[in-house]
Write a protein of this length. Structure first.
Length: 148
């Protein structure tokens, strides 16, 4: 088909069609692990994860199809405050906050080391399909600085 007659999307497929936040690319492994089977067909083989905590959209694709957080198999960080920041090993924001309050970094440091190990399965265990190390470090330093 001649490209002159194909309508291209007016939106930026990297940004959530609901909140406008820049998404994080995910693949089939992540989508298969995080979407309830009855909703998996609502989105393609690859999509974007909306990282905005307040947005109800979990995943979206280039056709502006969306899957909301209520269609996930479990609560996802940062969409749910109760979800582990590290999906592979279960470290929570509360654990990091407790480390900061105790003046100890042992639990947080151990989680970072485990997340860097071959035992980590970030593509399936993290809703954004990526390692949690950066998020753990950001949350730790935010807490250390006394930010709410």
């Amino acid at each position: 088909m001649n490209k002159a007659f194909v309508r291209e999307s007016d939106s930026d497929v990297r940004h959530c069609p609901f909140c406008g936040s820049l998404g994080s690319a995910v693949g089939r492994v992540t989508l298969d692990a995080w979407l309830k089977p009855e909703f998996r067909g609502q989105i393609g083989e690859s999509a974007m994860f909306c990282i905005q905590p307040q947005c109800e959209v979990a995943y979206f694709d280039s056709f502006e199809r969306v899957v909301t957080i209520d269609k996930l198999t479990r609560p996802a960080y940062p969409k749910s405050a109760d979800a582990p920041i590290c999906g592979c090993f279960g470290l929570t924001c509360g654990d990091i906050e407790a480390d900061v309050a105790d003046g100890s970094v042992a639990r947080t440091r151990a989680a970072v080391e485990r997340a860097k190990s071959p035992d980590a399965r970030c593509s399936a265990m993290s809703a954004n399909g990526q390692s949690c190390v950066g998020e753990i470090q950001r949350h730790y330093f935010k807490c250390k600085a006394g930010a709410p």
